[in-house]
Design a protein around this ligand. Sequence first.
Ligand code: DGL
Length: 270
Amino acid sequence: MNSSSPIGIFDSGVGGLSILREIRRAFASEDLLYVADSACVPYGDKSPQFVEARSVAITEFLVDRKAKAIVVACNTATGAAITTLRSRFSVPIVGIEPAVKPALGKTASGVVAVLATSGTLSSDKFAKLLDRFGGDADILIQPCAGLVEQVETGELDGDNTRALTEKYLLPLLERGADTIILGCTHYSFLAPLIREIAGPKVSIVDPNTAIAHELRRRLESNDLLSPDPRSGTELFWTSSTPDDVKPVISQLWNADVQVRRLPKRYCRPT
Ligand code: DGL
């Protein structure tokens, strides 16, 4: 592993492509490896032990492919596994969590809503985040069962997705929320729909660009930024059937991509 090695990124499914997009924007010459654990999506309703075991297996795969850094492009996996990953692997590991602090800097009404999976919202890490930054703000917590599945099918603004999003969002707006935190990487793909439903006065806070900054900081401090001037590449894997997953990855990545099957030893035992 050296500075020319790739960066590994993973999520339960296609949500982390929203982070991959920011990483590609910020690092034109880095090679990127992306794993969608589609056989196990959604992570949000699984036990922390399950999500931790999957995160370790996928990180092992990426490190075996010589990844020089890992981005956990999933709030749920960060909550369940980042401490274990950092203790087990020596490469820099960057995670993602709901952007509570930036949201509190934006709200005028003092009412902030967090949309995330139930796994994220019930994690110790999230409880600590609220203790640390929550202060006196009114923070409304909204688990959004079903939204990840809508994004996994590529249905970003169809009737079902709209109805489900309205069901979660409208009560929060009625309670005065003027700032909405997207606490799940899948929801980034629903940002245009959320914007349409919430209207222009509501701020939508998405931490994706902050992840790219943090990754740069970690690569720089470890002397791991790619020295190559050429354009970087992206390779995609799934733990499910590649032909089933390829259409939605291609849709969200905006290119016709090749998707490989994750080798069996890194998949969930069946
Ligand atoms: N995209 C993930 C997150 O940021 C996981 C969603 C899921 O699989 O439930 O939390």
